[in-house]
Design a protein around this ligand. Structure first.
Ligand code: NAI
Length: 691
């Protein structure tokens, strides 16, 4: 923190790299600076941030520690109470507490490029230093609700339109602040505390509507609703009473397990790419990508690479397929243009210069990384890799997007297995954030490091996985899906299961996901694994029936659900229930009722149990790798932190007891995973293994 008196104007500089976070020293420094300003001859002060932004928000290194004075709300109040006018000059970002500091100032100027936001609910709390009381006084209740419940920042220009800042400046933020200060001086401007601005009138109807919409969208997440309540208080109570209500809501959120879940999710995302095996290993340079196969996945992978400035050579089997791939990619890029993610001229340049769709493998000779995304067949993949061995340049990374196949075996089809790795993207590959990086037996650390560097370049969250059937995500999925199928066999309906899991927080239930992906996928998997079937495995025969009837899911308008104009998102079908009832009869099962609670407990117990095995076998190196995988690839509700965090929250002994209970009926499917057993005995947690 620096204080500098420049004649009539004092300059207060927040200087705490890298993001001017509001740690104790910065908070204390701000109070001290305001006190010095009051004692100084200067008549107006400008607060600005050194470096690339104004103030990034709370100091995350203080999370979980006892708070230390001065507290942020007091700091903001102190700035606001300053006897001489204070200007905030904003560039880069003013987020969370950073924006609240700016709202404590009497005047605000922002320069283009600045983002102003209240993202607190993303970490499970609400703005706690007056943000919910001051923002509505400046921008109105609805815009404040939008900001505080979504956490999405607004750009400088929009902030001016909303009234969040007074004007758009030019050039450096400090210069813009000084110019504004000069002007205010010449006008003889006085302090103008936001608390003295009239709050918007209370509109009960609007709040009720907003609350209903949010509830539906949030699936159990509470912080955005608390933010809404606090904003409503600003329209009903005096400023100080409103502040007290904000504090009450804030403290309530601090106590929720959801906050712990969201913070866990936040930290593990930052930890997941920190791996000893690639520390200090220099990745190879990557600018040219080869993609083999331009179907669902290949076209998506190519799109992801093009959007991040890489060149792509895509190889298909014949001209028709190559043209089809190009058309899909064009469509994907057009959608990106429409969403404002890509400029039109940039799109044109990509299509003319950065993408070629061809039929000859020879075109891959310059590629730095080649990703294979052909049919899921070992024979086809081996042929492709033998061919790659012939055409790829030395040092090229040879990657497969296989979902289940043995990458060690694929690597053996080449003379350079150390260059072979799995890059398991999720569909749609240019949208989904997760990338499983599957390290095979012989993969060189440099190749793994290159894969992580590429993942970062593509904007993915990359997780290291080991080789097994399904790697981390699909392997665990297969297990909990089986638990769901068992519940159907025993009497639950797919619709009840989907609803129970949506209420738990998943965006879709497993049978909706099945319909979306296509029921042919599950059918193929059952065919592939038919040889490994155990006599005590309980078989979902109705799923084969649905497949045989051509009910493949959304793409055929019928799967578990019916999709038509009347119900584009699907409605239950009594015919499916009849098919299931018949299967129960065939298998001699007397159906029973399930509560939603039991459905969730069984589903989650299966997920946790298989996750524990995946960690114990080293397929995932740490529990956090499982959590990140399920959060970013499988729609696991973020406010629950991931399955391993969920298990820690429930208590490992509790989960184990449940599994023991289920095992009393079926000790073939339900066996307590040794790692879960040991940690439960030790009264320990999965988090203890995260390092
Ligand atoms: P797809 O059937 O949509 O596309 C495969 C493409 O590969 C076709 O266009 C085909 O013409 C082409 N192809 C086949 N043999 C070829 C060869 N020798 N040379 C050049 N092109 C060839 O399949 P999809 O869904 O894209 O799957 C591809 C791979 O990605 C599979 O290994 C699959 O397991 C995996 N995967 C699929 C996911 C999904 O959700 N669909 C998710 C993650 C991985």
């Amino acid at each position: 923190m620096h204080f500098e008196s420049r004649g009539r104007i004092a300059v207060i500089t927040v200087d705490h790299a890298p993001v001017n976070a509001l740690g104790r020293d910065v908070r204390a420094g701000l109070v001290e600076a305001i006190e010095r300003f009051e004692a100084d001859a200067a008549e107006i002060a400008v607060i600005h941030g050194a470096g690339r932004l104004f103030i990034g928000g709370a100091d995350i290194s203080e999370f979980g520690k006892p708070p230390q004075a001065p507290f942020l709300p007091d700091v903001v109040n102190r700035i606001e109470a300053c006897t001489k006018p204070v200007v905030a000059a904003i560039h880069g970002a003013a987020l969370g507490g950073g924006l609240e500091i700016a709202l404590g100032a009497h005047y605000r100027v922002a320069v283009p490029g600045a983002q102003l936001g209240l993202p607190e609910t993303k970490l499970g709390v609400i703005p706690g230093a007056g943000g919910t009381q001051r923002a509505p006084r400046l921008v109105g209740a609805e815009a404040a609700i939008e900001m505080a419940t979504t956490g999405t920042p607004v750009p400088a220009q929009k902030a001016v339109e909303l009234g969040l800042v007074d004007r758009l400046g030019e050039g450096e933020a400090l210069d813009a602040g000084l110019a504004y200060a000069e002007e205010l001086l010449s006008q003889g401007a006085a302090p103008r505390p936001v608390r003295e601005i009239a709050a918007p009138a209370h509109d009960a109807q609007m709040f009720e509507t907003r609350r209903a919409v949010l509830r539906k969208k949030l699936r159990g997440e509470v912080a955005p609703l608390a933010a809404l309540d606090a904003i409503e208080a600003s329209t009903k109570l005096s400023f100080d009473e409103g502040l007290a209500e904000e504090r009450r809501q804030f403290m309530k959120m601090m106590e929720t397990p959801q906050r712990a879940g969201l913070i866990h999710a936040f930290f593990i995302e930052r930890k997941v790419a920190k791996l000893p095996e690639i520390e200090g290993v220099t990745p190879r340079d990557v600018s040219a990508i080869g993609v083999i196969g331009g179907g669902t996945m290949g076209a998506g992978i190519a799109t992801a690479a093009l959007l991040r400035g890489l060149t792509v050579t895509l190889v298909e089997r014949d001209d028709e397929a190559a043209n089809r791939a190009r058309a899909t990619i064009e469509k994907n890029l057009a959608a990106a243009v429409k969403r404002g993610k890509l400029k039109e001229d940039k799109r044109d340049a990509i299509l003319s210069d950065a993408l070629s769709c061809v039929t000859s493998y020879d075109a891959l000779s310059n590629a730095d990384v080649i990703v294979e995304a052909v049919f899921e067949s070992m024979d086809v993949k081996k042929e492709v890799f033998a061919e790659l061995d012939r055409v790829a340049k030395q040092g090229a990374v040879l990657a497969t997007n296989t979902s289940y196949l043995d990458i060690d075996e694929i690597a053996q089809a080449t003379s350079r297995p150390s260059d072979v790795i799995g890059l398991h993207f999720f569909s749609p590959a240019h949208v989904m954030k997760l990338l499983e990086i599957v390290v095979a037996d012989k993969t060189a650390p440099e190749v793994t490091a290159t894969a992580f560097a590429l993942g970062k370049k593509l904007g993915k969250v990359s997780v290291r996985a080991g080789v097994c059937d399904g790697f981390i995500g699909n392997r665990i999925l297969s297990h909990y899906r089986t638990a769901a199928d068992h519940m159907i066999l025993d009497g639950a309906s797919p619709y009840q299961i989907d609803k129970a899991l949506r209420d738990f927080g998943f965006p879709m239930g497993p049978y909706q996901v099945g319909d979306l992906a296509g029921l042919d996928i599950g059918y193929m998997t059952r065919q592939r694994k038919a040889g490994q079937r155990h006599e005590r495995d309980r078989y979902p025969g109705w799923a084969d029936t649905l497949y045989e009837m051509g009910r493949l899911g959304q793409k055929t308008q019928r799967g578990y659900y019916i999709y038509d104009e009347e119900s584009p998102r699907g409605r239950p079908d009594p015919e499916v229930e009849e098919i299931i009832a018949k299967e129960r009869e065939t298998q001699g099962v007397t159906p029973r009722d399930f509560t939603d609670e039991e459905i969730v407990e069984r589903y989650m117990a299966a997920m946790v149990n298989e996750s524990a095995r995946v960690v114990e076998e080293g397929i995932a190196q740490r529990p956090l790798d499982v959590d990140v995988t399920l959060l970013y690839g499988y729609g696991f509700p973020r406010h629950r932190g991931g399955p391993m965090h969920y298990a820690d929250t429930e208590g490992l002994a509790t989960i184990r007891d449940r599994i023991r209970g289920y095992a009393a009926e079926d000790d073939h499917f339900w066996k307590v995973a040794p790692l879960l057993d040991r940690l439960a005995d030790e009264n320990s947690t999965f988090a203890s293994l995260n390092g």
